[in-house]
Design a protein around this ligand. Sequence first.
Ligand code: SAH
Ligand code: SF4
Ligand code: F3S
Length: 462
Amino acid sequence: MTENSIIEFQIENNDEITNIIKSKKLKYNIVTYGCAMNEHDSEQISGILEKIGFVKSDFENADLILFNTCCVRDNAEHKLFGNVGALKERKSLNKNMILGVCGCMMQQKEYAENLKKRFPFVDIIFGTHNIQNLPSMIMDALSKKQVVQVFDTDGYIVEGVPVKRVNSFSAYINIMYGCNNFCTYCIVPYVRGRERSRLSSNIIDEAKDLVQGGVSEITLLGQNVNSYNRESSDLSFSSLLKELSKIDGLRRLKFLTSHPKDLSNELIETISECSNISRHLHLPVQSGDSEVLKNMNRGYSREDYLGLIDKIKKQIPDIGLTTDIIVGFPGETEKQFENTLDLLKQVKYDGVFSFMYNVRKGTKAENMEGQVPIEIKRRRLQELMQMQNEISYSINSSLVGKRFEVLIEKEARKENQMCGRSMCGKLINVNCSKDYIGKYVKVIIESAHHNSLSARMEEENV
Ligand code: SAH
Ligand code: SF4
Ligand code: F3S
């Protein structure tokens, strides 16, 4: 197998495995942490498990429990160890029980080894490049062998993996994997391998099949989705979007996450020209200060970013904008933090995901001078969140009385309310029944909150 080669998924001894699993009537449950990429990996893992005879169940009744981990921030290891440890007794009481841990955290070998040592009763441990080998790992676990499989590779592309999607109307499609950017704070390039793009023909076929099967909303996924095919003669990201947008019956084409350094004029034009391409851009800026951005290795300055936002707003006036921010990056001064606050005031994002900088082992920033004390990070985060709350609330308040089309996704927290999103990414709670899940409804906004809007339904729009 060569790097970046394409592998066709297949299961060896499928009948044998399936017979065993079906005769034991085994049930599975997956606990997923992290980003959309991990959620989609879990959909593939579910697809494989169901293909070999497992039936999905809730956590309490499952014979196979898999934790699909994330390690981008926070003290995730601590939480995971607690959750795994709590299953020790249950495992000793159910002789069929299989316990597995996979995902980004396990791709770091020292974490996988540590988990194996501390919890010898965990049966399967595997990394992000090993999902396609799950059937044989399950076979080993069934014959009471512990498996640890963490491939050391820059990555390859596996086609034809069965997928069990979470819902029938909206679907994820992975179009590229990995990341080559090595932002100095970030662990992702180490746990997801090098940047590699799927063939456009495979993506288009998958999208057509999905739409034929009733899906009306597709979200394209990639760590830097707009860097798709950056170094290939296959379709550019914009051309791929144009091709996909022609699929009859595809009402919404979304994509996550875009990197500012690769956001082309062609992409801005494509979004403005195609009415079924989402009017929402998640464009992480990370910091509003050029020096900090340089230290982060982001590949753009404050001015570049603001210039980009200007262009986007001019050409796509109904665009919804969100971003990610890190406060307290090593060496960040008060003045530099204020530059970030100032950028938020200028851009006026609809929403911001903000985080305190967290040391990740093995990254460049780990050993940078000027690590910022936790109290300062906390205070900066608080200040930033408070300011953004006011901005979001003021934008949302200006939308009261306006009309939107919402794709109803699921039940909201409040009783008798469903929630969904507008084309520009706004989270909207609507007074309607469960029957509307998966449908598009026209609504009128009645009230505004910090992170969402409440609306009443005007008409169904099938
Ligand atoms: N590929 C995307 C982001 C992936 S990680 C991009 O480049 O924008 C998601 C977010 O987690 C990042 O945007 C960043 O804001 C945050 N993050 C990543 N590493 C972090 C760290 N070490 N400490 C705090 N936040 C971090
Ligand atoms: Fe991490 Fe940067 Fe890659 Fe995003 S672009 S995944 S922040 S290294
Ligand atoms: Fe986390 Fe891995 Fe996604 S580290 S954010 S689950 S790529």
